[in-house]
Design a protein around this ligand. Sequence first.
Ligand code: 5GP
Ligand code: MG
Ligand code: MG
Length: 180
Amino acid sequence: MNKDIEKVLISEEEISSRCRLLASELEMNYKDLEEPLLIVGLLKGSVPFMAELMKRFTIPCEIDFMKVSSYVGTKSVGDVKINKDLDHTCDGKCVLIVEDIIDTGKTIKAVKQMFYNKGAKDVKIVALLDKPEGRQVDIEADYVGFTIPNEFVVGYGLDYDQKYRNLPYVGVLSPSVYTK
Ligand code: 5GP
Ligand code: MG
Ligand code: MG
């Protein structure tokens, strides 16, 4: 185990078996789509989770990525700023947003609204992790991998200061890392 990790919250095996179940649930719900599903990963945290899910899909799909960041200032599209926009149009499409973790809910709420503003027909959210205790706005993911307590976690895409995204599990950082 990485020396900066105090404890493993979710192991690699748990993530992989949960993703298998999630993927089959998603497949079932999207099986009657008339056009390809547009799967959009929010960079960078969603990358391992998105890869794990999409390789199990047999339904027609397209993938794209978006990068957003918290935005302090005017509130025309919620509290997020787009750093990298979609390559695809999403007019009339069914969109599945893939997110690493939902905490306050502000990011995903604003992003969901953005997709509807761009003309998406349907927008659903799948999140690897959910911290319901952190919620400040009224939004829920449609699909959640794991519900976790209100702790700061890293690994499996999630970073602290851009590090630890490569860990194959989700863990809690040792306090010594913050006080370095
Ligand atoms: P929110 O739901 O508060 O708008 O923001 C979610 C974003 O905050 C996530 O995409 C992630 O970048 C960051 N975040 C929230 N909780 C955690 C956490 O426990 N660990 C890490 N590494 N990032 C988090
Ligand atoms: Mg994120
Ligand atoms: Mg981060």
